[in-house]
Unconditional design. Structure first.
Length: 148
């Protein structure tokens, strides 16, 4: 299975989601591929935000080698599931879908809710990490249970 985690700039939330999901996948020895991207191209090639790196490291997850990239329509062909952090990311990703099958690949990490963007508030990184990690665990279980 191939999963893509998506936020706006690919330096805060989606790198944390990629790191959390990779950690969970490795623990369960599933062999799934996990990547991340942003709907905006503001930080292409940049490492994750230092605050994201720091909070992930505190929980034993190293995201320091990730590099930001922009989501592209080609990602629909490369990934089985595209997991977005908020409604705007959802709209931006779905707008690039060419057909209903591609649209069906896109879902929110938290059903009917968002992962807040911690970029402008240092105090949000810890709770956002915990929110992402908990919901990545739920997503992993859901995907395992619905896998054909």
């Amino acid at each position: 299975m191939k999963l893509l985690m998506v936020c706006l700039g690919n330096i805060c939330r989606s790198p944390l989601a990629e790191g959390s999901m990779r950690h969970l996948v490795k623990e369960k020895n599933l062999g799934w591929q996990v990547d991340s991207a942003g709907t905006g191209g503001y930080h292409i090639g940049s490492k994750p935000d230092p605050r994201s790196i720091k909070v992930a490291k505190r929980y034993g997850i190293d995201i320091s080698q990730q590099a930001a990239r922009k989501f592209s329509a080609e990602d629909f062909n490369l990934f089985d599931h595209i997991i977005v952090m908020d409604q705007q990311n959802y709209k931006d990703v779905v707008a690039l879908a060419e057909n209903p099958e591609q649209e069906k690949k896109v879902r929110l990490l938290i059903v009917n809710d968002i992962v807040p963007d911690p970029y402008y508030d240092d105090n949000l990184f810890e709770p956002v990490f915990e929110l992402i990690t908990g919901n990545c665990a739920k997503l992993l279980t859901d995907l395992q249970n619905t896998k054909a």
